[in-house]
Ligand binder design. Structure first.
Ligand code: F6R
Length: 619
């Protein structure tokens, strides 16, 4: 949800900023813009609607040299104001001396804009952001903060409601950037004689791995030789230094046409990394556990809250946690959770699943749960993100950076992490003996190999994709753990191939959806194991016959060796046989490939589907 880069150093800033933006484009690509301070009192700004390449083409056409060793850039996911040139960031004040880039939403932008207009300020965009540039310029020009950029930024930020990461430059301060954050990410990168600011370390990992994570409501001033941090009142504040453990290669495409295709292939490693180190002495150990064992023992109800793909992983958590612990589990879309007054208390465990750790719907659900005294455990892929910071405990998935907008390896890693939570609860409540916990863990540990085998078999899905690409719609059917997999398969197809795709619990078919079946309609069916789930297998086999009789073209995901299915599948995609609860880890793989390849065949950008962004920091 908008990517931000800032740089103060000795190198030409423009190149550093554009390289950084390229790595942050997953956060939004409705427009891009840069501002460079030339060191002589000039501030050059250029911005362009569309992907970063449009801005780069524009910069190539210009004869104005963007010289200077300090500046900032922005790649936008539009919220307030359409994705046009005039709404692209950076925004400037009327004198052109102050520039701002912003990630988040300034909720009280309307009264602030009205106040500025009443004072005769001409606003040139439809955004919530522009007001911040004018307000900082006015605070800098006059009054108690005059001539002090950091103090002006603090004074303005104290007036802002909502979520923001804001970076400000002033033409009179060519060697500094002042930034502030609230509920939106911001990290500082510390190089040799150069300092960076970014929404995500990926923007500067090429230059340095030494980083500092800003806290809530902090303001940072960066210079060539360092940084200082205060709170919004100007008191010195502590920010958390850390060293990035992954390298540039992890954020590059590694020979693949798209990040998503690389990330699909990385799934066995990602799941292995999620599991690594979590079983010691036949005991499950979670990461940052600010919950005592007794807290887990006392849990009498579990809520899982998440959005999108993470929600689908949460649906799977229910099967495992209820089965292993006998605790009731409710899985809820984070955006619905707090608005329906769920019954929560100290004995409720809320598991918040979020790859980015920034999703505003999930963050607000966490805050609501905490207000009601529930314990919150986050499952997250991004170290130090806001959701884990505000939770009582965190289990990191360690899947590595996921750049493709569509979640793949983080989905399967979340499934593994959910199961670890289930085992941790079972162990704390004594519903599983240590030997049983160790046995379940060993089955999980065998999954990376099974997923690698599933990946070896995806050629059939690739070929089928070319065939299915012209279809108007695709239906997905599943039962038990196959149902969330069907939902995820349909979501991937919608978001990547822009096709109408809908998933149903197969048992529901006869209650309405069967009316959708018409001649030639592709229907993807996720089959359970004929051995592990014989009764459900038989029922799905009947469903397949019912839809085939009505003209459906069936694409069946089935366990290797499931011969009973062959006569009824127009297309068969086989996956390795694994224990029932773990089947989603393999059956998801061909569905991810199918969606990516159909999108490719339809000529769409697999990594940057239209209208989407990787992390959704607005409600
Ligand atoms: C779909 C997708 C989204 C995310 C959702 C939650 O491929 O990626 O549906 O799963 O926006 O994001 P996180 O996990 O960052 O909270």
């Amino acid at each position: 949800m908008c990517g931000i880069v800032g740089y103060v150093g000795n190198r030409p800033a423009l190149n550093v900023i554009l390289d950084g933006l390229r790595r942050l484009e997953y956060r939004g690509y409705d427009s891009a813009g840069v501002a460079v301070l030339d060191g002589r009192g000039g501030l050059a700004v250029e911005r362009k609607a569309g992907q970063l390449r449009n801005l780069e083409a524009r910069l190539d056409e210009l004869d104005v040299p963007f010289e200077g060793t300090a500046g900032m850039g922005h790649t936008r996911w539009a919220t307030h104001g359409g994705p046009t040139d005039r709404n692209a960031h950076p925004h400037r004040d009327g004198t052109g001396k102050v520039a701002v880039v912003h990630n988040g939403i300034i909720e009280n932008f309307a009264p602030l804009r009205a106040e500025l207009e009443a004072a005769g300020v001409e606003l040139t965009s439809d955004t919530d952001t522009e007001a911040a540039a004018h307000l900082v310029a006015r605070a800098y020009a006059d009054g108690p903060t005059a001539g002090d950029l950091a103090a002006s930024v603090r004074a303005v930020c104290r007036r802002l409601h909502g979520a923001f990461t804001l970076l400000f430059t002033h033409a009179e301060h060519p060697d500094m950037i002042v930034a502030a954050r609230r509920s939106s990410p911001l990290v500082v990168g510390l190089g040799e004689g150069e300092t960076f600011l970014a929404s995500d370390v990926a923007a500067f990992i090429e230059h340095t791995r030494d980083a500092v994570e800003l806290g809530q409501d902090q303001v940072v001033t960066i210079r060539r030789d360092g940084y200082d941090v205060t709170d919004l009142d100007g008191n010195p504040a502590e920010a958390k230094p850390f060293r990035v453990t992954w390298d540039l290669a992890a954020a590059e495409k590694g020979g693949h046409d798209y990040f998503m295709l690389k990330e699909i292939e990385e799934q066995p490693t990602a799941v292995a990394n999620t599991l690594r180190g979590h079983l010691t002495d036949r005991r499950i150990v979670l990461d940052e556990q600010r919950l005592a064992d007794g807290d887990l023992r006392d849990v009498d109800k579990v809520f899982v809250v998440a959005c999108g793909t993470a929600y689908h992983s949460g649906l799977l958590a229910k099967y495992a946690i209820e089965h292993w612990t006998r605790l009731p589990v409710e899985v809820e879309l984070a955006s619905e959770f707090r608005y329906r007054d769920p019954v929560l208390d100290r004995q409720t465990l809320v598991v918040a699943i979020s790859q980015s750790g920034e999703t505003m719907d999930t963050l607000e659900a966490v805050r609501h749960a905490k207000e009601q005294k529930a314990r919150v455990l986050a499952i997250c892929n991004t170290n130090g993100a806001q959701i884990p910071r505000e939770s009582d405990a965190v289990l990191y998935t360690h899947a590595g950076p996921e750049i493709g907008v569509a979640a793949t390896k983080t989905f399967t890693s979340q499934i593994a992490a959910n199961y670890l939570v289930g085992l941790a609860l079972a162990q704390a409540r004594g519903t599983k003996y240590p030997d049983e916990v160790a046995r379940e863990f060993a089955e999980l540990e065998a999954m990376p190999d099974a997923m690698a085998a599933a990946l070896d078999g995806v050629e059939a899905a690739r070929e089928l994709a070319r065939d299915l690409a012209p279809s108007r719609a695709v239906l997905f059917l599943g039962r038990h753990v196959g149902f969330p997999v069907a939902l995820e398969g349909a979501l991937k197809l919608k978001e990547l191939a822009y096709m109408h795709a809908e998933a149903f619990a197969a048992g529901e078919l006869k209650h309405g959806p069967i009316a959708l079946i018409e001649d030639g309609l592709p229907v993807v069916v996720v089959m359970p194991s004929p051995k592990g789930r014989a009764v459900l297998h038989a029922k799905l086999l009947s469903n397949i016959q019912e839809i085939t009789a009505r003209g459906a073209r069936t694409v069946v995901i089935a366990e290797e060796g499931d011969e009973t299915i062959r006569p009824f599948a127009h297309h068969l995609l086989e996956v390795p046989a694994v224990p029932t609860l773990l089947q989603p880890l393999v059956s998801t793989v061909p569905l991810q490939v199918l969606a990516a390849e159909i999108a490719r065949a339809r000529g769409y950008d697999v990594d940057k589907p239209r209208n989407l962004a990787k992390s959704v920091t607005v409600e």
